[in-house]
Design a binder for this molecule. Structure first.
Ligand SMILES: [Zn+2]
Length: 563
């Protein structure tokens, strides 16, 4: 016997099998028993919530030979004929493929005739919002005066696309996303009869991933069953859905809140190396944080949690993180999710988001130890500011006639986490001393350096991995960073990075970061000026105007210089 998917085998045959929609099924049952049912219904709701199943059960119940009944008997000729589709009085139409006016006119012609083998003709039109306006108009004529022996059930995921004139002639039922608990209960019922063992944790995770759809839940369950060895465990479900476990999410949030940059980045790296989907991870993280916030605000609303199960680690996390911190983190992650849509390397955006959240000042609510740490950081910041202020006082104000380009700044001072002030003068000094040989030496050791750094300090590596050496003298190295934000994040790891680089090159270089786009400008500008003043650039810098022009046009990577 060929294998049948669970959701096909276990399509509900009775109202009581339709999970999580008792507010609808009970109303329908009462109307059927009292013979007061309507002749036109709209069943709206997300996919996989039981709309067409309920429609078919309704068709059986009103046509059952035992009628009036609360449930179809599923034994009589009428019930069986409707179930297997052999009775032509119950017609299922997929509006996604039958949307022409002619199709609807045909229905209109046919409704006039009495049903042939059961009392009621039932038209179930799925995805009804897909039919054209003209077709709706044709349908409207029928709905205005439906014959007594006809029932229309219009199912749709997008009720707002159905004209008001149709709405006003139908009784509408809104199918809700099925609660996780209802999905779990239904799966348990099915699994008992299929003789398959699945751990509770795994079932809950299937329900979370299905997002309120029974059909999705059963197809994930199907995949997990074929993936697993014997008993279906949490890992089997996570492997099928590409999700990460709540334990991992808890650990990531905890590390970010502890401002443990190294651990946050290492966890992220591991998640992605394990083949988890980056988009899915951010999505799950957002929902996890949302649940954390909800739980903190109203612990009694545990039933409304979408992603998280309340366990001990979850509770202790909720105890320490502040609402503000979570809200901030959610904003960062949301932004990251938007940006990820337009890139082929989503990992960078997640890293930046994780670093930003991790580096953010957090305001713990209950822990004194973290509290004092925060105070210490503030004190450090304050004394740094005082020092800078003192320096400013001692430096005479620059006279107005000094030619300074508008973008230039005298000192490489940092004012905030995300703004990086480029030390133009220092970079120019390096350019004047730059040696092609020195740059070549750095370039040849760069890959080694990156891999050594990654092993020693992942967060530091994350800040510099997308950058490249741009110019080098005997003492300093200008590094062009693809993302401006990485320049300022890099400064937190400057000493570590420089010492690792020194261990590879056997000489100490001071690294000066500059965003790539500013580097291109500065470099072109520098070369122009030197040409104008008659100095030769070919010796100090590795480019000639021609090559430089070519690089400007095609980018550094695409131009190879053959001597
Ligand atoms: Zn029956």
């Amino acid at each position: 016997m060929s294998y049948q998917a669970l959701y096909r085998v276990w399509r509900p045959r009775k109202f009581e099998d339709v999970a999580g929609q008792t507010h609808i099924t009970r109303t329908l049952q009462n109307a059927i028993v009292e013979q007061k049912f309507s002749h036109a219904y709209i069943f709206s709701g997300p996919r996989g919530t039981g709309k067409t199943s309920a429609a078919k059960i309704f068709a059986k119940a009103i046509n059952c030979e035992q009628a009036p009944v609360r449930e179809p008997c599923n034994e009589c000729a009428a019930c069986r004929g409707i179930q297997d589709g052999s009775i032509s009085d119950v017609i299922e139409i997929d509006a996604a493929s039958n949307t022409s006016v002619d199709d609807i006119r045909e229905i209109r012609e046919n409704v006039k005739y009495a049903s042939s083998s059961v009392p009621y003709k039932v038209y179930i039109i799925d995805e009804v919002h897909m039919i054209s306006n003209n077709a709706f108009n044709a349908l409207l004529k029928t709905l205005e005066e439906p014959p007594k022996h006809v029932v229309f059930i219009l199912a749709t995921t997008e009720p707002h696309k159905i004209p008001l004139t149709i709405h006003s002639r139908c009784q509408r039922f809104d199918f809700k996303p099925i609660t996780n608990q209802a999905i779990v209960n239904r799966m348990k019922y099915i699994l008992e009869r299929e003789n398959v063992s699945v751990s509770d944790e795994a079932l809950e995770t299937v329900a979370l991933a299905a997002e309120g759809g029974m059909r999705d839940a059963l197809s994930i369950l199907d995949q997990a069953i074929s993936y697993s060895e014997d008993v279906v465990e949490l890992d089997d479900v996570l492997a099928v859905t590409g999700g990460v476990s709540q334990d991992v999410l808890t650990e990531v949030v905890q590390a970010m809140f502890d401002r443990d940059v190294q651990k946050s980045i290492q966890l992220l790296d591991k998640i992605i190396q394990n083949g988890k989907d980056p988009g899915r991870f951010v999505h799950d993280l957002i929902f996890f944080m949302r649940d954390l916030l909800l739980y903190k605000s109203a612990p009694s609303l545990e039933g409304l949690l979408e992603r998280a199960r309340v366990n001990e680690p979850f509770q202790s996390l909720a105890d320490i993180v502040s609402n503000d911190w979570i809200q901030d983190a959610i904003i960062q992650l949301n932004q990251c999710q938007q940006e990820m849509k337009w890139t082929n390397s989503p990992k960078i955006f997640i890293e930046v988001a994780v670093l930003t959240i991790t580096n953010r000042y957090n305001e713990p609510e209950h822990t004194d130890s973290v509290d004092s740490e925060a105070v210490m950081q503030l004190t450090q910041k304050l004394s740094r500011l005082e020092k800078e202020l003192e320096q400013l006082r001692q430096t005479p104000v620059a006279s107005g006639n000094q030619p300074v380009a508008t973008k230039e700044r005298k000192r490489p001072a940092r004012t905030g986490k995300n703004t990086y002030k480029i030390p133009y003068d220092r970079i120019r000094e390096v350019l004047k001393q730059a040696e092609k040989q020195a740059l070549k030496q750095v370039q040849s050791g760069w890959a080694n350096f990156l891999s050594k750094l990654k092993g020693m300090n992942a967060p530091a590596h994350a800040t510099i991995q997308d950058s490249k050496p741009a110019a080098a003298s005997d003492e300093a190295l200008v590094v062009a960073f693809k993302y401006e934000i990485h320049c300022s994040l890099f400064l937190d790891h400057k000493d570590t990075v420089e010492s690792v680089l020194a261990s590879i090159l056997n000489k100490q270089l001071t690294i000066i970061p500059i965003p790539e786009k500013d580097w291109q400008e500065l470099r072109a500008d520098f070369i122009n000026k030197h040409e104008a003043s008659g100095e030769s650039t070919s010796k100090k810098d590795q480019s000639t105007p021609l090559i430089d022009e070519a690089k400007k046009l095609f980018g550094d990577d695409l131009v190879e210089i053959h001597e």
